[in-house]
Design a protein around this ligand. Structure first.
Ligand code: FAD
Ligand code: NAI
Length: 466
């Protein structure tokens, strides 16, 4: 029987990063993966394929609508969807191979099959009707999440799709109805909108992107509407009739009232994700779940069973790849006797649309609710030189700082490349920095990041270019 210091179940960004860090710390490590390829949701049906399609569809859109105004004359771009899907697949394959390489480089055994925890120190791995039991000092559950389903609406991944089906449609739908104005709805809605679909988004709440700063979300909605998105807020899809050539969705106001019917070629259900624990044997092993089906952990990622830890989408917190990765590193260090730690106050979130939306720390709504006194500094990209010459001036930077100490509590950006720009705010906040620190840091000219410096200056009411 093989014995290990650590067996990690699941090879998403949480699991494989945890395995690499543990191997770096001298542990003998194995990973268990039930799917054909390594990399989990993120590499196979999440972050990576969605970003490949967002990039390719943005280039398509730019060629169609932005090149001419810069004096670049091209004939109208023609969509070759199979080639675009091939581009996406190449990106997936390249990253999956990268993870395989990392497993080899770090001498991590890859055990293909479904992992089941038999109790402290024992994992059963089953594949193709055969099973083996491995012994290990420690186990990390990194089994991720699965799509949340809508009662009574069956996902066939052809006409009624989850994000997985929406990443592989074989033709551009004439009408795409999206249920849920969260990250997936707005990212994948952008992809298919750019490629020619008419997009309607039905959202239960009275706003898009719950959890993001309200002012940013409002401006984002206006920009998306200008791009052609239609939103039905405060509404829910209660049924989809699949009997005809086109789908007929029943939409009811969330507050109650008369229903309406909307026709669509494809319905994308993206109303969140749920922790994935099927087949893990948690109940029998005595691993406790919380009231939302997530594996319950203490501040050191330990579950209710000795020597069993959990990280990533399967535990509480934002369902983000980088959060899973950082937890993977932290738990490996804790198991090795070090002081692994994740700062949950400084986890950035990015929506990879055009423009992008990025955010770290507290929103204005959260500060108000906590009764925290704060100052606000804002700076629009219309006043940023680089954005002006590139004619990409949508959006603004918003900085929230403690009214007394000037410590930065939250930074929110809507604009091109906002996802890259947020990290100077993350570093600043990690070090407990102030708006004044940011305002006095020399920023290269001409860059879009100068808008962050100006927003920091605006906290002290002394922005230069506004
Ligand atoms: P996962 O990546 O879900 O990996 C879990 C792995 O465990 C899977 O490979 C699964 O097969 C395996 N597994 C499960 N049970 C068992 C078992 N019993 N035995 C063996 N193996 C098992 N996040 C971002 O930060 N940025 C993005 O841009 C982004 N885009 C996304 C786009 C989409 C369309 C989706 C759906 C998600 C996106 N996410 C994004 C979220 C991100 O994918 C997840 O937060 C991340 O993958 C979670 O990592 P994880 O390691 O916890 O789990
Ligand atoms: P989400 O939680 O971001 O958004 C779901 C939306 O659906 C919410 O606005 C919610 O109010 C709405 N909703 C819920 N039930 C509804 C109903 N019955 N009718 C209408 N609307 C309803 O979830 P989403 O978009 O499915 O994404 C899942 C997770 O994947 C995200 O939470 C995020 O953590 C991760 N992700 C991250 C990305 C990124 O970082 N760029 C990209 C894509 C996904």
């Amino acid at each position: 029987m093989a014995t290990y210091d650590l067996v990690v179940i699941g090879t998403g960004p949480g699991g494989y990063v945890c395995a690499v860090r543990a191997a770096q710390l001298g542990m003998k490590v194995a990973v268990v993966e039930k799917d054909a390829t390594l990399g989990g949701t993120c590499l196979n049906v999440g972050c990576m394929p969605s970003k490949a399609l967002l990039h390719a569809s943005e280039m398509f859109e730019e060629a169609a609508h932005s090149f001419a105004k810069m004096g670049v004359s091209v004939s109208a771009p023609k969509l070759e969807l199979p080639a675009m899907m091939n581009f996406k697949q190449q990106g997936i394959d390249g990253n999956v191979k990268g993870v395989e390489f990392l497993m080899k480089k770090n001498k991590i055994d890859v055990l293909k099959g479904t992992g089941k925890i038999l109790g402290t120190g024992k994992v059963e791995v089953s594949a193709d009707g055969k099973s083996q039991v491995v012994e290990t000092k420690n186990i990390v559950i990194a089994t991720g999440s699965d799509i949340a389903r809508l009662k009574g609406i069956e996902i066939d991944e052809k006409r009624i799709v989850s994000s997985t089906g929406a990443l592989s449609l074989d033709k551009v739908p004439g009408k795409l109805l999206i249920v849920g104005a969260g990250v997936i709805g707005l990212e994948l809605g952008s992809v298919w909108k750019r490629l020619g679909a008419e997009v309607v988004v039905v959202e239960f709440l009275d706003r898009i992107l719950p959890g993001m700063d309200g002012e940013i979300a409002k401006q984002f909605q206006r920009i998306l509407e200008k791009q052609g998105f239609a939103f039905k807020l405060g509404a829910k899809v209660t049924a989809v009739d699949t009997s005809g050539k086109s789908l007929k969705a029943t939409i009811e106001p969330a507050a109650g009232g008369a229903a309406e019917t909307l026709e669509a070629d494809v319905v994308l259900v993206c109303i969140g994700r749920v922790p994935y624990t099927d087949g893990l044997g948690l109940k029998e092993a005595g691993v406790a779940l919380d009231n939302r089906g997530r594996v319950q952990i203490d501040p050191h990622f330990a579950t209710s069973v000795k020597g069993v830890y959990a990280i990533g989408d399967v535990v509480a917190g934002p369902m983000l790849a980088h959060k899973a990765e950082d937890e993977g590193v932290a738990v490996a260090e804790i198991i090795a006797g070090q002081a692994g730690h994740v700062n949950y106050d400084v986890i950035p979130g990015v929506v990879y649309t055009t423009p992008e939306v990025s955010s770290v720390g507290k929103t204005e709504e959260e500060l108000k609710q906590a009764g925290q006194a704060y100052t606000v500094g804002k700076f629009p990209f219309t006043a940023n030189g680089r954005s002006k010459v590139n004619q990409t001036t949508d959006g603004f930077v918003k900085i929230l700082a403690d009214a007394k100490t000037d410590r930065v509590l939250g930074v929110h950006i809507i604009g091109r490349e906002a996802g890259e720009m947020i990290h100077e705010a993350c570093v600043l906040m990690e070090f407990g920095g102030s708006a004044e620190d940011l305002a006095r840091t020399c920023h290269a000219h001409p860059t879009r990041s100068e808008a962050i410096k100006e927003a920091a200056l605006a906290v002290g009411k002394r922005a230069i270019h506004m």
